[in-house]
Design a protein around this ligand. Structure first.
Ligand SMILES: NC(=O)c1ccc[n+]([C@@H]2O[C@H](COP(=O)([O-])OP(=O)(O)OC[C@H]3O[C@@H](n4cnc5c(N)ncnc54)[C@H](O)[C@@H]3O)[C@@H](O)[C@H]2O)c1
Length: 278
C-alpha cells in the first residue's frame, strides 16, 4: 500500500453508525469495514441491527461488525451503548449520524394529504426532528464529547442533497389528484437536513482544537425500484441522467472518516450526479 493509500486505512479504529440497519447504513458499514475499521451497527430496531451485522461479519475486510439496539432519541440508550462499547473496545473513534425517518410520499388517495405543509401535524414535526436532528445532537454530545476529551475523532453527519436545494415537488405528483391534495416531500426533511449542516459547521469549529473533525455527506436519491414515472421525472433533473446506486457513497464515507480527509472539517460533500449544479 502506498503512503497516500495508507491514509484511508482504518485499522484499529472503532466506528458507530446510527440507524445502521437501513438501506444506506449497511453501505456505510461495508465502506468502513473494507477500510479496516471495527463497525458497530446500531438501530432502534435492535434485531435488524444484529441481523445486518451478522450478514456483514464475513467477507468485508479484517474489521469486525456487531449490531446493537440504540434509540437516538433516548439519551439513556445512547449512554448505555457508549458504556458497553468503551468496555469492549476502550474507544469509539468514528460516529456516523445516519438515522432518520423518511416518510415516503404515500400511494393512493387519502382524505387529507398529511404531507402538505398546511396539514402537517405538530406531532410529525416533533417526531421527525427528534430522530433526524435531536438524535444527531445527542449522539454528538455523547460520542463526540468523549472524542473531544480523549484525543479526537471523526463525526460524519448524513444529510441529503435537499440540504442545499428545495425539493422539486413536481416529481412527487400523482395523476388525477386535486392540487390541494398532491403529496409532497415534507417540510421536516428540508429543515432537518439543512440543520444537520449547521450542526456540522458549529461542531467543526467548536472542536477544531480538540482534533475532532466534523463533516456532512449529502447523498442524492438511491434507486430502489421506485415507480417508473417518479424515476423519469427525477432523473430529468440530474445531469448524469440516473439515480445513485446504493454502493456509490462508500468511497466518500471512507474518505471522510479517515486521514485521507485530515485537513477537512465543517464541509458538506454533495454527491448528487450533478443535480445541484444544474
Ligand atoms: N436513501 C436515499 O436515497 C437517501 C438520499 C439522501 C439522504 N439519505 C439519508 O441517508 C440516511 C439513511 O437513509 P436510508 O435510505 O438508509 O433510510 P432507511 O429508512 O433505510 O434507514 C433509516 C434507519 O434509521 C432507523 N431509525 C429510525 N428511527 C430511529 C431511532 N429513533 N434511533 C435509531 N435508529 C432509528 C430505522 O430503523 C432505519 O433502519 C438518512 O439520514 C437519509 O435521510 C438517504
Amino acid at each position: 500500500m502506498t503512503a497516500d493509500m495508507k491514509n484511508f486505512d482504518l485499522s484499529g479504529k472503532v466506528a458507530i453508525i446510527t440507524g445502521g440497519a437501513g438501506l444506506l447504513g449497511v453501505e456505510h458499514a461495508i465502506g468502513l469495514l473494507t477500510a479496516g475499521a471495527d463497525v458497530v451497527i446500531t438501530d432502534v430496531n435492535g434485531e435488524a441491527a444484529q441481523e445486518a451485522a451478522r450478514q456483514l461479519a464475513a467477507g468485508h475486510g479484517p474489521g469486525k461488525c456487531i449490531g446493537m439496539r440504540m434509540d437516538v432519541t433516548d439519551a439513556g440508550s445512547i449512554r448505555s451503548v457508549q458504556e458497553e462499547l468503551l468496555k469492549r473496545y476502550k474507544a469509539v473513534h468514528i460516529l456516523v449520524n445516519n438515522a432518520a425517518v423518511d416518510p415516503k410520499v404515500k400511494e393512493g388517495n387519502v382524505l387529507v394529504e398529511s404531507s402538505r405543509f398546511e396539514n402537517f401535524s405538530l406531532e410529525q414535526w416533533n417526531f421527525q426532528i427528534e430522530v433526524g436532528l435531536t438524535g444527531a445532537f445527542l449522539c454528538c454530545q455523547v460520542f463526540g464529547g468523549w472524542m473531544a476529551a480523549h484525543g479526537g475523532g471523526v463525526i460524519l453527519n448524513i444529510a441529503s442533497d435537499l440540504s442545499v436545494f428545495a425539493p422539486d415537488q413536481r416529481i412527487y405528483r400523482k395523476e388525477g389528484v386535486a392540487e390541494s391534495q398532491q403529496p409532497v416531500k415534507p417540510v421536516t426533511y428540508s429543515v432537518i437536513k439543512t440543520a444537520l449542516v449547521g450542526l456540522t459547521r458549529y461542531l467543526a469549529t467548536y472542536w477544531a482544537d480538540r482534533n475532532v473533525r466534523v463533516n456532512a455527506l449529502s447523498p442524492g436519491g438511491v434507486y430502489v425500484n421506485q415507480p417508473e414515472e417518479f424515476v423519469r421525472r427525477l432523473t430529468h433533473l440530474i445531469p448524469m441522467g440516473r439515480m445513485a446506486r446504493r454502493e456509490e457513497y462508500r468511497g466518500a464515507v471512507q474518505f471522510l472518516c479517515s486521514d485521507a480527509s485530515s485537513y477537512m472539517t465543517g464541509q458538506n460533500v454533495v454527491i448528487d450526479g450533478g443535480r445541484s449544479v444544474w
